[in-house]
Design a protein around this ligand. Sequence first.
Ligand code: ZN
Length: 252
Amino acid sequence: MTTPTTATDAYALLTELILQSRQGNRLKALTNFIPQQALELEPFNYTGSGPSDRFVNVYDRGIIPLDHTKPTWIFLAHHDVVNPAYDNVVDNTGSVSVLLALAHRLRNQVLKTNLVFCYTDAEELASPQLGGARKLAERINAGDFGPQVETINLEVSARGTVVWVNQCDGFLKGDPRFVPVSSPFSDSYSLNFWGVRSSCIGIMTEDDLQAVHQRGFTDTWQLCHSPGDKLEVANREDLNRFVDVLEGLVQE
Ligand SMILES: [Zn+2]
């Protein structure tokens, strides 16, 4: 476990996650930052290729007990990576770090919503059938998280002051505080596929915003799945400003 000061700084969490991931097990590194009493591991395998190819969704449900009179917001970010030899900051360790910091900040606060944090596996298979988002959707559709659920999915967040939302169907779509963009496949597409509302949100630079309007993709997104997707890409102030935005959203 980190010290409380470190645990609310998304950049410090990102640095620590990457250092620990370089030493071996990314999943272990992630679970180190979730309190043990709140941690739930959900193995799944939709590939049919045997137990050696098992995936694991990680849940943090310990913020407040589920109150069925309140809606439930599920924040998610995929924790899997294409190549464990890279830092994978943009895709998607930056987003994971933002959620961990948010969870630590909101712990013990009384809020208008139930909060669940879910770190999904197998997003990189880019398949609604095979990814961890399907498992999450099955549980939402079975009522595990109450009758009124919204999901907020963080993607490709490492730097920039522009907070964007993509075209998937969720409550943040059309919110004038966020810039609408088209973004590549994400767990939000899978959740929509299974009938679950989902907003995909992230940060980008002003240059990235111009690029996504002109070319449909950004230089930062281009780093995904490459050795260039490294710690140096991330910006401490931008990451923590994004945590501020999400904290404000939950508290309003
Ligand atoms: Zn991703």
